[in-house]
Design a protein. Structure first.
Length: 155
């Protein structure tokens, strides 16, 4: 399902780029044939967006169902969720910022709270742990003989 979402996102971005191009062309001079093409492309964009919304909702409910099933199999009474809404996705470019939106997280949270309530499991939201900016640092080589580290394994 995620491969299908990636394919549809790419199609949506390509259609949006073409729509922007048609808008720029129609600014300077009105062209009835180009306006008809733009209208058909707008319908196609709406159709792809509707399909993406449906797949996102299905994926969110499937993830919530999987989480609740595992929690109930382990006889858990609480599910903890890290609240990532305060984490900004800026500075990654227009395309990636859209892909990392909080909409899907909100859908998963809504589905999770609903399904957990049906099973009698509490859902608790905890604040996000601040992460340092930039790429992750490479851990130093381990100095313990009991712990196998990937640094020492490569040597």
């Amino acid at each position: 399902m995620s491969a299908k979402l990636l394919r549809l996102r790419t199609i949506r971005e390509q259609v949006r780029t073409r729509l922007d191009r048609y808008d720029r062309l129609l600014e300077g001079r009105p062209d009835p044939a180009l306006a008809v093409k733009r209208g058909r492309l707008e319908v196609e964009h709406d159709r792809v967006c509707a399909r993406i919304r449906f797949l996102r909702k299905s994926l969110a409910w499937a993830a919530a169902r999987w989480t609740v099933d595992h929690a109930s199999a382990a006889r858990s009474t609480v599910i903890y969720i890290e609240d990532l809404t305060s984490m900004e996705t800026c500075g990654l470019g227009r395309t990636l910022n859209r892909r990392l939106g909080v909409h899907v997280r909100g859908l998963v949270f809504t589905a999770l709270t609903h399904l957990a309530a049906v099973e009698g499991i509490a859902v608790v939201t905890v604040p996000a742990h601040p992460r340092p900016a930039g790429p992750p640092r490479i851990p130093p080589a381990c100095d313990s003989d009991t712990v196998t580290c990937w640094n020492s394994a490569a040597a």
